[in-house]
Design a protein around this ligand. Structure first.
Ligand SMILES: Nc1ncnc2c1ncn2[C@@H]1O[C@H](COP(=O)(O)OP(=O)(O)O)[C@@H](O)[C@H]1O
Ligand SMILES: [Mg+2]
Length: 395
């Protein structure tokens, strides 16, 4: 597996996708930091960073605009930073507002939509799904062209594929029947706006209240002028995702289910003709032989009975019998996990017909600061040989 910087050579956009909790946010932050350290101007768009990670990147509040991470912070950690790291935390609602502002033909219709109660409800609901807004922001930043590389963390959707669908869903919503009905020249909106309201409509009015209907009418009238703009933009967002300068990295865990999901996700990417770059298997249990790292333990494959007995004997010499037994069991459990992970990763590589899998070990601590990210990057940015060597020296 080539290191991440080779995979990303010549790319403008890196999208870290995968199901929730596998380490997408961590990986995106680490990749962005690593690429910046190597000299690029990088911006990472994070969605839901853990508070401590956000703090350590200087992302204290939702800003919806990129802020540069203080270079001094890297110096303090002894991390050489040749480029620039920028970060932003996505604010989906603000992104939607910006989008409307951009699509609105004039200031007046912009303000009418933004101030409209129906819009506020709909935008919250749409923005709540976050996926589309993430794509939007990505597109906007890419168009501005201020950065060499954009790294996108994806929302914690239950289904990793949801966000791939997001541009289509927005278009569907806009093209959808209910909106069309409202926006037809003779549609409800026109009728409410006009004076000739039918009896049914006046009953409806009495039930829901005139203000609400007026709001609806106004919203759809103002929105209708923006539909074409939205559609065109959704199309360009889709094109950007499929661009050869974009790279999807699938992040997954080593357990069976995340691996199956990664296989499925990879297939969907290929079907959608989206550029797949590789898989990052995070939180891997490395076999402990390697962890001991003195070359003495050559029990490749693990589970070796002699090895277990030897371990027990060695432990018994240092600990009381009961404790030695439990430590040995714990060790055996860990070994079993490591073997399971290795099998799953092999399965993954076979399914994807790729050697492009990078393993990152399950670190002893959560990754919440630049030092933690640097530790992750020892794996992400290492050649295969370096990776093995590091693993061997980890004891
Ligand atoms: N390799 C790792 N070793 C140990 N902890 C990790 C590792 N990768 C991520 N974590 C921790 O796991 C948690 C979830 O990671 P996160 O990146 O937020 O996942 P996601 O964005 O996919 O939901 C965080 O607390 C993070 O610090
Ligand atoms: Mg996340």
């Amino acid at each position: 597996m080539p290191p991440v910087d080779e995979i990303l050579a010549g790319k403008d956009i890196c999208i870290c996708a995968g199901s929730g909790g596998v380490g997408k946010t961590t990986t995106s932050a680490a990749i962005a930091t690593g690429m910046a350290a190597r000299g690029q101007r990088v911006c990472v768009l994070t969605i839901d960073p853990a508070k401590r990670l956000a703090d350590s990147l200087g992302l204290r509040e939702l800003g919806n605009e990129a802020k540069r991470v203080d270079p001094e912070l890297f110096a303090q950690q002894g991390i050489e930073m040749k480029g620039e790291l920028w970060a932003m935390m996505l604010d989906a609602k603000a992104t939607f507002d910006e989008l409307v502002a951009r699509q609105a033909p004039d200031e007046e219709s912009r303000d009418r939509v933004l101030g409209n109660r129906i819009y506020q409800q709909i935008s919250n609901a749409l923005a709540g799904s976050q996926e589309y807004m993430a794509m939007e922001k990505l597109f906007e930043l890419h168009t501005e062209g201020r950065f060499d590389l954009l790294v996108l963390d994806t929302p914690p959707t239950r289904n990793a594929l949801d966000f791939l669908d997001a541009p289509r869903r927005l278009t569907q919503f806009i093209e959808g029947r209910s909106l069309r009905m409202f926006m037809r020249p003779t549609g409800l909106a026109a009728r409410v706006a006009g004076r000739g309201a039918s009896v049914a409509l006046s009953v409806f009015k009495r039930i829901v209240g005139f203000d609400l209907l007026a709001d609806l009418a106004e919203f759809f009238n103002a929105f209708s002028g923006m539909v074409d703009g939205f559609q065109a933009r959704a199309k360009r967002v889709n094109n950007l995702l499929a661009d050869p300068h974009t790279c999807f990295l699938v992040v997954c865990g080593p357990q069976g289910e995340p691996i199956d999901e990664a296989v499925y996700f990879h297939r969907k990417l290929v079907e959608a003709k989206l550029p797949f770059g590789g898989v990052i298997v995070n939180k891997v249990h490395y076999p402990a032989e390697r962890l001991r790292g003195n070359g003495a333990a050559a029990t490749a494959g693990g589970g070796d009975v002699d090895g277990d007995d030897a371990l027990r004997a060695a432990l018994a010499a240092k600990l009381d019998e009961d404790l030695a037994g439990r430590v040995a069991e714990n060790f055996a459990d860990y070994q079993a996990l490591a073997e399971r992970d290795a099998r799953n990763i092999e399965h993954l590589a076979r399914e994807l017909r790729t050697s492009a899998t990078i393993r990152v070990p399950y670190l002893d601590e959560d990754v919440h600061d630049l030092t933690g990210l640097a530790e992750i990057n020892r794996y992400l940015f290492a050649t295969s040989e370096q990776r093995e060597a590091i693993a061997a020296g980890r004891a």
